[in-house]
Design a protein around this ligand. Structure first.
Ligand code: NAX
Ligand code: K
Length: 503
């Protein structure tokens, strides 16, 4: 799904009105209706006191129309316009007249003492500003937002939290629990710095013209299940282990051989035909006991890797996990990089060693995948002042070395040449020991199966996250562990292919 800028969204609104031959008020009806449908499914108690805080633009118009729909359905609604300007849009002014005509409790707020007492309400609906925000918020709107944020009440934002800039850094905005956004994802909704403003995001369809959306150009995308379904390679009836690819996982050190076990098992569960694990001697009994399907190749050293030599012919490599940064290991890694031309995913200590020797980055084959979490990323590219600069610097880095960079997080970001992909599968359950090792194994497996590296990155990150979504009802997020990811890779495939879980 395309992620677009506020300007592009404005253009699509206008084109929808033109192409579909509808009025802007009708489009607002679709938007308010879509919000209403979502809201009434989630908040079913009609005794809840709902305060709707509208602005004077079309986002405010949406809010007033929602007030009308909720009132008609029997909800207890108080509508307000926070009059931060006298320039009402036509559709907003129309809805003010309708709210009054329909005898819905209504209030104009122009100064601080007119702000209602939020403690008398259960839910605050924020329709103050949408994508039309053009400058920092001041005056009465800022006073209202400050009080909303201090209220401790459930806040639901229409389209975007009031005050959130869709395309640049935000410092002050409504701090919503839920944001229901209209059809087109906005990058700001998925950035970690903005989580306190945005809360959970839901996208609802409002009937924008598909043609208009197709005409908008972008290099930013939100990954959807159907995109991943299209990327999955079919499984041939004549497949055998020799045709499904051979992944080699390299890593581990004394006390950290579990990393390689997890990655190897994840690789096989993701569908490659063979998995080998290269680890120090201490790892062999561990992997052969816990994961007999893997073949083990031993380093000469018992506790850490000192050279990476093998006489097998894998199709792809996953390297770096649990490996440590000892001098000998660094040299072994360097000699390995000098001769390796296979597709590769690098994580953890592999990344840390690269940040100690940035000149080695030139040795990586094009489209090598790096999977840093934010701390590892900062060691590679330096610090950033906000998420936008982080993306800019990571993109420049990825392009300079022709790499694919996956910035791990609640919404992992995949940078592949000019393109940015945002992944929204997953839950906080994934923040658990070994989760990254499993991701390395999944991606190494996809590379071994012949997936183009950009596809392997997207499919891998999506599959990994989906395992947590699928177990939300059966495994409490606090007790979800890395092995649960591995156990649910098959279910994630089922869900992507059929939209359902096989019991
Ligand atoms: N026909 C359409 O264009 C549709 C628009 N929709 C809604 O309309 C929203 C966009 O509406 P608008 O473009 O009218 O703008 P908003 O309602 O987002 O903002 C209101 C107006 O306030 C002014 N403003 C901007 N920043 C300000 C600030 N810091 N202080 C004071 N005033 C400020 C601007 O003139 C802006 O137009 C979307 O987010 C969505 O909710 C939906 O109803 C779908 C259809
Ligand atoms: K809003």
């Amino acid at each position: 799904m395309k992620i677009l800028s506020a300007g592009q969204i404005r253009e699509i609104d206008a084109k929808t009105i033109h192409y579909e031959g509808i009025s802007s008020l009708e489009l607002m009806k679709h938007a308010a209706g879509a919000f209403y449908d979502w809201f009434t499914k989630k908040y079913t108690d009609k005794n809840d006191a709902i305060l709707i805080l509208s602005g004077v633009g079309n986002n405010g118009g949406d809010g007033l129309m929602v007030a009308r729909l909720l009132h008609k359905a029997g909800y207890r609604v108080q509508a307000c316009v926070v009059e931060y300007s006298e320039n009402y849009t036509e559709d907003c002014a129309h809805n003010v007249r309708r709210v009054k005509a329909e005898n819905i409790p209504f209030k104009r707020i122009t100064k601080e003492k007119e702000i209602p007492n939020f403690s008398e309400y259960d839910i605050l609906i924020d329709a103050l500003f949408g994508t039309g925000l053009s400058r920092e918020i001041t005056g009465i709107a800022a006073e209202v937002i400050k009080k909303m944020n201090e209220s401790g009440k459930t806040i639901v934002s229409i389209d975007v939290p009031g005050g959130l800039f869709p395309d640049k850094k935000t410092t002050f905005a409504v701090e919503a629990d839920e944001t229901v956004t209209f059809q087109i994802p906005k990058l700001a909704l998925y950035l970690p710095d903005n989580y306190r403003f945005v809360g959970n995001v839901t996208i609802v369809n409002i009937g924008l013209s598909e043609k208009a959306i197709a005409e908008a150009s972008t290099n930013r995308y939100l990954i959807e299940k159907k995109d991943i379904r299209e990327l999955l390679k079919p499984l041939s009836k004549f497949a055998h282990k020799g045709t499904q690819g051979h992944a080699l996982i390299i890593g581990g050190s004394l006390g950290k051989t579990g990393t390689v076990c997890l990655a190897s098992k994840a690789a096989l569960k993701t569908g490659c035909g063979l998995v080998s694990a290269y680890l120090p001697k201490c790892g062999t009994p561990v992997i052969q006991t816990h994961f007999p399907e893997a073949m083990a190749i031993e380093d000469d050293n018992s506790a850490f890797i000192t050279h990476i030599d093998y006489d097998i012919s894998p199709n792809a490599i996953g390297i770096g996990i649990g490996m440590g940064k000892r001098e000998e290991t660094q040299h072994a890694f360097y000699r390995f990089l000098q001769k390796n031309a296979l597709p590769m995913v690098i994580d953890a200590d592999g990344l840390n060693i690269l940040s100690l020797h940035p000149e080695w980055l030139d040795l990586l084959p094009p489209k090598t995948i790096l999977t840093p979490h934010p701390k590892e990323l900062s060691r590679l590219i330096g610090e950033w002042s906000d998420d936008y600069e982080k993306i800019e610097k990571a993109t420049a880095f990825a392009q300079k070395y022709r790499l694919i960079v996956i910035i791990k997080g609640a919404y992992s970001l995949i940078i592949d040449s000019d393109n940015l992909y945002v992944n929204d599968s997953g839950t906080p359950a994934l923040a658990t020991a070994g989760s990254g090792d499993v991701l390395t194994g999944i991606i190494a497996s996809l590379l071994a199966q012949g997936y183009e590296p950009g596809h392997a990155a997207r499919v891998g990150v999506y599959l990994h996250g989906l395992t947590a979504n699928l177990t939300q009802q059966t495994i409490h997020p606090r007790s979800f562990v890395a092995s649960d990811i591995i156990d649910n890779i098959g279910n994630a495939y089922f869900t992507i292919e059929n939209g359902m879980i096989k019991k």
